[in-house]
Write a protein that binds this ligand. Structure first.
Ligand SMILES: Nc1ncnc2c1ncn2[C@@H]1O[C@H](COP(=O)(O)OP(=O)(O)O)[C@@H](O)[C@H]1O
Ligand SMILES: [Mg+2]
Length: 310
């Protein structure tokens, strides 16, 4: 079973696709087989980040059932060991996948024979995006130092968290309690996850503890991209601390990725940044993040496998 990484975040343009592509390149250069999947279904562009011009096959072939083998929809990239499943040929309707189609994709992703599968997700908090994010062993949220990006990141994390929480609450026993508590407060506001857990705690402490244990099994990784000198170096750590205080899951800040003008040049030239500019501070940052990711959980443990959510 492949180790699945998903890269998401509330805001477009924060560098999700850039991070996916370059983590993929660096892992492939370590000799790992890596499959990148572009799941930004309405607006795909991961192929350009890895220098693939016009993928002839892709996710569309799996969705329209011309093949049932997802691995056959991958194309090689210029980098040995690095493959891509693109969604450039998917129809426009595909950005609103049916539930069964999403399930089928997630099941197939879990069976991929690569060492690593990296899912590049679109911006925003559609159910498709949240469920793809939750299907991964490690979910990475990429944001920039701009307040708008941080706001959207917090919204994204809340949405993922609430989706996970609701998934657990659908199970036996919780539906009855949730009918009493309600997902909304008396004044019509959506209850925060913390509020829901605290309410359950008052009514049925044992069940609340079980819920907390389930939520603790989720790990979130945070990456601050487009880092510049003027930015507080500890910003990412501060956000990690706030998230760890407000959610029952575990948040780990993986590091800053330095802003670099050459990224623009490399994208325009359709070359791969980490290959073209390996001796830049930005590439060093990417290498450090790659090491932390591989060291923290090189392969899914059997316990993690059980909790991959579909
Ligand atoms: N570290 C960085 N330094 C400078 N520019 C960056 C950096 N990361 C991303 N970019 C720029 O931001 C643009 C958007 O990145 P992209 O990965 O497409 O964002 P997303 O996938 O989140 O929408 C890229 O085209 C690139 O020009
Ligand atoms: Mg993108």
């Amino acid at each position: 079973m492949a180790h699945i990484l998903a890269v998401g975040g509330g805001k477009g343009g924060s560098g999700k696709s850039f991070v996916c592509a370059n983590l993929g390149v660096l892992l492939a250069k370590q000799g790992k087989s890596v499959l990148l999947i572009d799941l930004d279904l309405g607006t795909p562009n991961l192929h350009t980040m890895v220098g693939v011009d016009n993928p002839k096959i892709g996710l569309n072939n799996f969705i329209n059932k011309s093949t049932n083998d997802l691995s056959r929809t991958a194309v090689p990239t210029k980098i040995p060991n690095l493959y891509l499943i693109s969604s450039t040929r998917c129809s426009l309707e595909v950005s609103n996948l049916y539930y069964v189609q999403k399930q089928k994709i997630i099941r197939a992703v879990l069976q991929m024979p690569s060492d690593y599968v990296i899912l590049d997700l679109g911006a925003g908090t559609t159910y498709n995006t949240l469920d793809f994010f939750l299907s991964a062993h490690q979910g990475i949220t990429v944001f920039t130092p701009e307040p708008t990006s941080i706001q959207n990141t917090v919204q994204f994390i809340k949405a993922v968290y609430l989706r996970k929480l609701k998934h657990i609450l659908k199970q036996d026993g919780f539906t009855r309690i949730m009918k009493k508590i309600g997902y909304e407060t008396e004044d019509g506001a959506v209850r925060s996850p913390l509020d829901i857990v605290e309410n359950i705690m008052q009514m049925e402490p044992e069940r609340a503890q079980m819920l907390q244990r389930e939520l603790r099994k989720r790990d979130f990784r945070l990456v601050l991209n487009q880092y510049r000198k003027q930015v507080d170096e500890a910003l990412g750590k501060k956000i990690e601390k706030v998230c760890n205080r407000h959610f029952y899951s575990h948040f780990t800040f993986l590091g800053n990725i330095t802003y670099n003008e050459r990224i623009f040049e490399s994208i325009v030239a359709k070359s791969v940044f980490a290959e073209k500019y390996p001796y830049t501070p930005t590439c060093t940052d990417l290498k450090n993040i790659t090491s932390t990711l591989t060291e923290s959980a090189p392969y899914p443990s059997s316990e993690q496998e059980q909790h991959v959510q579909i």
